[in-house]
Design a protein around this ligand. Structure first.
Ligand SMILES: [Fe+2]
Length: 289
């Protein structure tokens, strides 16, 4: 297929915090270089892009993602994944839908989920995530996206100085509303210390890089003090004026920058279907600011 110049793209900010809606783009078709450049610049500026009214197969979603870098692949083999073998290696379903044997056909099924950066406990976290909405409940299941550049800017200077050059332990144990207990045995649980302040490799801007779900402690200071500082940082990053809450519509694709934003999910009715299709963009080692 030849690539298409989609010159009728319109980019409209969604809030003062972050996010923009992109209309006039058909993501099922290949994009030409100027269009990709326009979208890349918008992505870096707005952190989260929402593309409404898309009709995407899993391979079309992956092909769109590949305009912005290499896509991630699942670590589990096809027969170990809840989706089964019918899905591409780069696709994960986020869903509470069950098969006829009562097993979930995807991951992260029901309920609220705390703010987090995807894969921050890995040496090279994903640089971006793309989520395509297929079935959306009548209420709830919203995604809150927080602006971690802005959170960094709002940290008092004294605390910034105290935290400069420090790292925090990132751990994930598949809970959705509970930070892992690091006094327990961490064998087999992904964990890694990352800089607390990171420099975005493409924009050069500094972002706060801790989150309620996965950050277990600040390294090298007493636990009580670490807990108090983390709570102070979350008070800034999770405050209502630091996130945009997206209420999904079926057919939307969201693309977010995982270096400078966190995301969280609000609760929704368990008896309603929620099905979104996720793929990711590979990233690099985090850069200490
Ligand atoms: Fe996530």
């Amino acid at each position: 297929m030849t690539s298409i110049l989609q010159s009728n793209i319109t980019i409209t900010p969604l809030s003062d915090v972050l996010g923009a809606k992109v209309t006039g783009a058909d993501l099922s078709k290949p994009l030409d270089a100027p269009t990709v450049e326009t979208l890349t610049q918008a992505w870096h500026k707005y952190i989260v892009l929402i593309f409404p009214d898309q009709d995407l197969s899993q391979s079309q979603q992956l092909n769109f993602a590949k305009h912005f870098g290499d896509t991630g692949t699942r670590s589990r083999r096809p027969e170990q994944r809840p989706e089964g073998a019918n899905y591409n290696d780069g696709i994960m379903l986020i869903t509470n839908v069950k098969d006829d044997k009562g097993r979930y056909v995807g991951s992260l099924p029901d309920g609220e989920m705390y703010f987090h950066h995807d894969m921050c406990y890995m040496p090279k976290p994903h640089k971006g995530t793309m989520l395509y909405a297929i079935d959306i409940p009548s209420t709830g299941g919203n995604t809150r996206f927080s602006n971690m550049y802005r959170a960094y800017d709002l940290i008092p200077d004294k605390l910034k100085k105290e935290l400069n050059g420090r790292t925090a332990l990132q751990v994930y144990d598949y809970h959705m509303t509970q930070t892992v207990d690091i006094d327990g045995d961490l064998t087999g649980i992904h964990n890694l210390s990352q800089p607390i302040f990171v420099r975005h490799p493409e924009t050069g801007r500094i972002a706060l890089y801790v989150n309620r779900l996965m950050t277990a402690r600040i390294d090298g200071i007493p636990r009580d003090e670490s807990n108090a500082i983390l709570e102070e940082l979350y008070t800034i990053s999770e405050s209502k004026n630091n996130y945009y809450e997206h209420s999904w519509t079926e057919g939307e694709l969201a693309m977010w920058d995982n270096y400078c934003s966190c995301h969280a999910r609000t609760d929704f009715p368990e008896n309603e279907r929620r099905l979104l299709r996720r793929c990711t963009l590979l990233g690099q080692q985090m850069i200490a600011a």
